[in-house]
Ligand binder design. Structure first.
Ligand code: FAD
Length: 544
């Protein structure tokens, strides 16, 4: 069996190594257009920020290392330019020598990735995109040579935000442009608001609902969609990636509705002898079951392995991509898994949501910080559909637990029961994941009812009661809320109307829940507790 692999980084290198581990006899040829295989794409922004100092550390594996350990014929600077499906050959151009030749295959694996979107009119020499090591070195050497002081980053996705942070770490003043009203598309807007605040507090000039309109010929002046201009030494575009499908398209392989290469569950393209994996393929969204492009390293690596298993006669299916992801934003972490409200709305899937703010570990131990957690789940059954979390510590651990829960088909009721590790430096006896489960379960069981941050201003049917302390209340509340601290509530029930539902405000939602239960026990009905409390509401209002 001779297997030819196109693309030598995440999906391709994974597939090649797995194939060799399970088939010592196969001939495996790996073609990579660039000079490097298996490099750390995800580490590139941190090299720019001087967090990763050695260029060599970006190379997870070298062509020589891969050849020696796995007996793989690795050919770098070798671009596969065409596929002849009838003859089962590929045409290869060696960029080092200029040679063009053909190579036969029994099975072909495509893992060509996705390329950064770069509008044709943005061609000034100080406009960059970031995909590989040469792109990285181009940015660092340019910034060093001109002693860059100002930069514009376009696009508030993963790469844009990581670039904004790492250029800031280099001492460069960054303006970050995002055309949407929020950064980080996998998050919903209220969760992204924490990051808006975080970026601004670290000196990033974040402009939301603002894109790049044009750039001067010398690239030094950027005109924004609001008509204002920004002077810049360099501009980095992080406006998304497009699956590299030219090979597949030219070979007549089917593309999906999203423009990615269409594959079946075994990761076979429309030609059963050709597999495709990674950023170039259209996947099925694990939650909505809709076709999607989800360019992440974890899925690419897993798909490479699954394709290898299938080729080697160990049948396996790829069940879909959940989009679990994590992002560092200075000293904050944002992570999410599964569906967002936005994606569920687009798919027409009903959902409920809950918010909690829990300490990352036991408060009495010291040094704990808040984890703001949003759970999204099916009405009635409570089946988990998605989760998003922001905080300074322990965020990714909780999202990883929730990502696992989603794979296991768990509900918010199951989260109540999860027995997770606890000692004071690490968590609380009721972990933030348990707390999320309690709050969501209470809502489904009717032990509490919620009003959300985006409803409380528009829903004027309720009588607003702020149950925090007078000190907290005087620092800011919502609308014309009256202040009745929760500890005084039982003695001041007579002050409350009985002809109107009461909408309860507290700081994070916990005292509001207690107030809800007190009111319920005294015969009040129709109350709603502000989910996520004033803390979430105020973050959204300040994060626009
Ligand atoms: P790639 O890893 O891009 O590899 C494709 C390779 O194929 C390329 O090297 C290309 O040169 C080669 N190629 C293309 N066409 C041909 C051809 N015709 N012939 C020969 N070779 C060809 N994901 C995360 O999950 N977490 C992160 O933190 C993260 N950070 C990232 C940061 C940056 C700056 C970038 C660029 C990406 C990041 N990603 C991250 C995304 C992740 O790197 C990709 O999802 C993953 O690398 C996709 O793997 P792939 O094999 O599909 O494509």
């Amino acid at each position: 069996m001779k297997i030819v692999i196109v693309g030598g980084v995440a999906g391709g290198a994974s597939c090649a190594a797995r194939l060799r581990r399970i088939d010592e006899e196969a001939t495996i040829v790996l073609f990579e257009r660039g000079q490097h295989i298996s490099f750390a794409n995800c580490g590139l922004p941190y090299y720019i920020g001087n967090v990763i100092r050695e260029q060599g550390n970006l190379l997870v594996q070298t062509p020589e290392g891969m050849s020696t350990r796995f007996a793989i014929d690795v050919r770098t600077e070798s671009e596969v330019t065409a596929i002849d499906r009838a003859a089962k050959t590929v045409t290869v151009k060696n960029h080092a020598t200029g040679d063009i030749y053909t190579e036969s295959y029994d099975k072909l694996v495509l893992s060509p990735g996705a390329s950064p979107i770069r509008p044709a009119n943005l061609d000034a020499p100080n406009i960059f995109t970031l995909r590989n090591i040469p792109d990285t070195l181009a940015i660092t050497s340019y910034a060093d040579r001109i002693e860059a002081k100002r930069a514009v980053v376009v696009g508030g996705g993963f790469i844009g935000i990581e670039m904004a942070e790492n250029l800031t770490e280099r001492g460069i003043q960054v303006t970050l442009l995002e055309l949407a009203p929020q950064i980080m598309p996998p998050l919903d807007v209220e969760m992204a608001s924490y990051l808006h605040k975080q970026l601004r507090s670290h000196g990033v000039d974040l402009r939301l609902s603002t894109g790049l309109a044009s750039v001067s010929d010398d690239g030094k002046v950027v005109t924004l969609t609001d008509g204002t201009t920004v002077e810049t030494d360099l501009t980095v575009l992080g406006i998304g990636v497009r699956p590299e499908t030219y090979l597949a398209q030219d070979a007549g392989l089917a593309l999906g509705t999203t423009g990615g290469i269409r594959v079946n569950e075994q990761l076979q393209t429309s030609d059963p002898d050709i597999y495709a994996v990674g950023d170039a393929i259209e996947v099925t969204d694990y939650i909505t079951r809709r076709p999607a492009l989800i360019p992440l390293a974890g899925p690419a690596n897993k798909q490479g392995r699954i394709a290898a298993n299938n080729i080697a006669g160990r049948p396996e299916v790829y069940k879909g991509t959940q989009g679990s992801s994590v992002l560092k934003v200075f000293d904050m972490t944002a992570a999410s898994t599964g569906a967002s409200e936005k994606s569920l709305k687009r798919a027409g899937i009903a959902y409920e949501r809950s918010y909690t703010h829990s300490l990352s570990h036991a408060g009495y131990y010291g040094g704990a910080t808040l984890i703001s957690l949003k759970l999204i789940y099916a009405p009635h059954t409570g089946k988990l559909l998605g989760a998003q979390a922001i905080g300074k510590s322990g965020v990714e651990k909780r999202i990883d637990v929730l990502a696992t829960a989603i794979r296991a088909g768990m509900s918010v009721f199951d989260l109540e029961e999860l027995e997770l590790t606890y000692a004071p430096p690490y968590s609380s006896a009721k972990d933030p994941v348990n707390m999320g489960g309690y709050v969501a379960s209470n809502l489904i069981k009717g032990d509490c009812a919620a009003i959300h941050w985006d409803e409380i201003d528009t829903d004027d049917s309720g009588y607003l009661v702020d149950v925090r302390t007078p000190y907290e209340y005087n620092r800011g509340t919502i609308g014309d809320a009256v202040n009745i601290p929760v500890d005084e509530l039982r003695d001041r029930l007579a002050e409350l109307p009985t002809d109107k539902p009461i909408h309860i405000i507290c700081q994070v939602g916990l005292r509001g829940y207690i107030a809800y239960r007190i009111l319920a026990a005294h015969g009040f009905t129709g109350m709603k507790n502000l989910s996520g409390g004033y803390y979430l509401y105020n973050t959204v209002m300040n994060g626009k």
